[in-house]
Design a binder for this molecule. Structure first.
Ligand code: C2E
Ligand code: MG
Ligand code: MG
Length: 695
């Protein structure tokens, strides 16, 4: 039986429901539970049709509606029952399956009223909250699966919500962080100041950290250990309250990788020293601050002498180990304030900033040079090494780091050319020369490939018989822009290791020419070739090419003579003597060229197994005017004769030169007076006609 109070639409709700119509996702309802019976629905607003498949004013089935999702039925029934007993407002949240098969979340409340007959009547509404529910579900999903730690804190700084990733990140058990002050996750200053910081923000609205993107800070795990996180914090407002959402991730790993990459970008992997980029940066920064004090700096470019030998004979494994030991030693020798870098195979740079005031070259330079000569043990072996060192001085030589590095390298090249273990200080001529030399060397390489080098010949005449008794072969390089003098390109070829191929061209050309003349029945004379000190020091290639040229052409070695300048012979007397001996064994005789310019000691000269001295042109040029030059040439000739050497005067240009030399008993002459160096065809004419000295 239905009473009017329980059947009719509740006036307020009915009006509201009609007004809102069916479109709205609100269902108003009346529910009645007679004493001892199950609840029935006596009235629904129109929207019920859409959600529940029931008509308004239709009596609903007993108990929980059929449309309610099975999983929520028990919960809903219990909630209704409790409300009936205690007459409390019933809050109801449940899913229904709509007639169209969609699951919808309804949430609402119903106010119970006790009737005189013992029945309970509820009037209530349910609202479709699917959107919100889904959003929440999605939030749960996001929180649960996010790899970043997410923490929501309230205005008090208490943790209100935390996801699994955050709990794991900070080492807490699930739920353990809820309600905790967020400071427990912080370190140092942040930990101390955080509370005051939030208060200040809430009062003033000023914040340095909020919403400014992510920043790095140190966080603290439950076990007290610290780690780096990347954190961004933003503010959200909900129901008039402010919350702060912090999203963070552990970046220790990334930081470590970054640090490693940075190290690799700026260091040499083998030795751990800085590389060129880091060195340059350091240098430039240092210069910027040095400009105020003006205190000098030394930049050293070092090359380990003969290092490639270790690599090729003992292998790269040993080479690497030796390099590491060298690096270590260099760092120690350079001192704590120095910057040392490895810039290539066996090349190092060292910047010495600790200069005594007023000094240009640091004492350390000498100490480093000496220290690098000390025996070095590595891989169970002892190595006797040395470093060639080039030094550039700031601010004397240049102002820029880049230029100074280049200058120190030019000085190093020069040091290397002088010999192992040499220190060479940069000079301005070296800088200008360096630039020219570099462009010249590439032209020389091309000229070698294109066989542009040829030989010219200058006769040597006996002062007594006036006949041609010998010749000197001089290399010639004719380019479309005109001839380039050997004075210019020979030193560059020496410096860049190009002298051997040039020399080979000359030697072979001479031997072929002699063979050709002999074949024509021309009486040949010995021809001298000039050999560089570089070839003398390491004579294997020289000897091989001489052997090859002589064998190939069948020329008697007695017709080939070797000229070695005095200065190069005196550089390393022992090895020069050894090389001359080897040449003599092959039947080749040697002459010392440009004599008088190298200040040789007589005793040294005595030891050289040579046949001839060539007096340098500079003494001949003024021999008839300058008594000093005359005296020197006189002494040289007397001494040479005492040692049973023949003397050739170079650069004889005038009859007066010739007369004077004859009076000093000079043996032979070479010079423009008789003939300049000429192409083979011209010389051939001289030989054929038996040209003689006239004066
Ligand atoms: P050098 O061996 O002392 O050669 C003599 C130089 O004096 C030659 O210069 C020659 O042309 C020049 N000369 C000869 N007579 C006179 C004269 O009467 N007056 C003047 N003013 N000069 C005279 P060049 O050909 O320019 O060669 C210069 C230097 O280049 C040579 O000096 C030699 O040291 C070097 N050189 C030449 N050819 C070769 C070569 O094939 N190999 C090597 N390693 N060095 C070479
Ligand atoms: Mg010569
Ligand atoms: Mg000479």
């Amino acid at each position: 039986m239905k009473s009017p109070t329980t059947d009719a639409a509740p006036p307020g709700l009915a009006a509201l429901a009609t007004e809102l119509g069916e479109a709205l996702s609100v269902i108003a309802f009346r529910r009645v539970q007679a004493r001892g019976e199950l609840p029935v629905y006596t009235w629904f607003s129109p929207a019920a049709k859409r959600f529940l498949g029931v008509d308004s004013e239709t009596t609903a089935p007993q108990g929980v509606l059929a449309a309610v999702h099975w999983a929520d039925r028990d919960g809903l029934a219990e909630s209704i029952q409790a409300s009936a007993e205690r007459l409390d407002i019933s809050t109801e949240t449940f899913r229904v399956v709509t007639p169209s098969g969609v699951v919808v979340w309804l949430e609402g409340m119903a106010r119970p009223q006790a009737m005189p007959d013992g029945a309970v009547v509820w009037e209530g509404i349910w609202v479709d909250v699917s959107e919100g529910k889904r959003a929440l579900q999605r939030l749960d999903l996001i929180l649960g699966h996010a790899s970043d730690g997410i923490i929501l804190i309230d205005e008090e700084g208490k943790i209100q919500l935390v996801n699994l990733a955050a709990e794991e990140l900070f080492g807490y058990a699930p739920g353990e962080l809820l309600g905790q002050p967020v400071e427990c996750l912080m370190e140092g200053q942040d930990r101390k100041n955080h509370h005051a910081y939030i208060r200040n923000y809430l009062n003033t609205g000023v914040s340095a950290k909020l919403g400014r993107g992510s920043r790095e800070l140190t966080a603290r795990r439950k076990n007290g250990s610290a780690f780096l996180i990347d954190l961004s914090v933003s503010e959200v407002r909900s129901e008039g309250k402010r919350y702060f959402i912090a999203i963070g991730r552990d970046i220790s790993q990334r930081k470590a990788t970054e640090a490693k990459l940075e190290f690799l970008a700026y260091h040499d992997v083998l030795t751990g020293l800085s590389n060129l980029s880091r060195f340059r940066e350091f240098f430039e920064t240092l210069l910027a601050s040095r400009r105020e004090t003006g205190l000098a700096l030394n930049l050293l470019s070092l090359g380990i002498d003969g290092f490639s030998f270790i690599n090729t004979t003992l292998g790269h494994h040993v080479g690497d180990a030796v390099l590491k030991s060298i690096a270590l030693r260099l760092v120690t020798l350079a001192g704590p304030e120095a910057m040392v870098a490895r810039v290539g195979g066996d090349r190092f740079l060292a910047l010495l900033p600790d200069m005594a005031p007023g000094r240009l070259i640091s004492d350390r330079v000498e100490r480093i040079s000496r220290g690098m000569k000390e025996p070095l043990s590595s891989e169970g072996q002892e190595f006797e090494l040395s470093a060639s060192i080039g030094v550039a001085v700031w601010p004397r030589d240049a102002d820029g780091a880049e230029t100074l590095i280049r200058y120190s390298e030019a000085a190093l090249e020069h040091a290397k050319a002088i010999g192992p273990g040499t220190v060479h200080i940069f000079t301005r001529e070296l800088g200008e020369k360096g630039a020219k030399a570099l462009s010249l060397q590439s032209r020389i390489r091309r000229a070698i490939e294109n066989q542009e080098f040829t030989a010219h010949y200058q006769p040597q005449v006996d002062l007594q018989t006036k006949a041609i008794v010998g010749m000197e072969a001089l290399v010639r390089w004719f380019t479309p822009e005109g001839p380039i003098s050997p004075v210019e390109f020979i030193p560059v070829a020496e410096e860049f290791g190009l002298i051997d191929p040039i020399s080979e061209v000359v030697v072979l050309a001479v031997c072929r020419q002699l063979k050709d003349w002999r074949a024509k029945g021309i009486a040949i004379v010995p021809v001298a070739v000039n050999i560089s000190w570089r070839q003398f020091r390491n004579p294997r290639r020289l000897l091989a090419s001489l052997d090859e040229a002589l064998t190939a052409t069948g020329i008697d070695p007695a017709f080939l003579e070797i000229e070695l300048t005095e200065s190069s012979a005196m550089q390393d007397i022992a090895s020069a003597i050894a090389t001359i001996r080897m040449l003599n064994e092959r039947g080749l005789s040697c002459a010392i060229d440009d004599f008088g310019t190298g200040y040789s000691s007589l005793s040294a000269l005595k030891r050289f197994p040579i046949r001839k001295l060539k007096v340098d042109r500079s003494f001949v040029i003024d021999i008839d005017n300058d008594p000093n030059d005359a005296a020197i040439v006189n002494a040289i000739i007397a001494m040479a004769h005492a040692l049973k050497l023949k003397v050739v005067a170079e650069g004889v240009e005038t009859q007066s030169h010739l007369d004077y030399l004859r009076s000093l008993k000079c043996d032979q002459m070479q010079g423009y007076l008789f003939s300049p160096p000429l192409a083979a065809e011209k010389i051939e004419g001289f030989l054929k006609e038996g040209k003689r000295l006239e004066g």
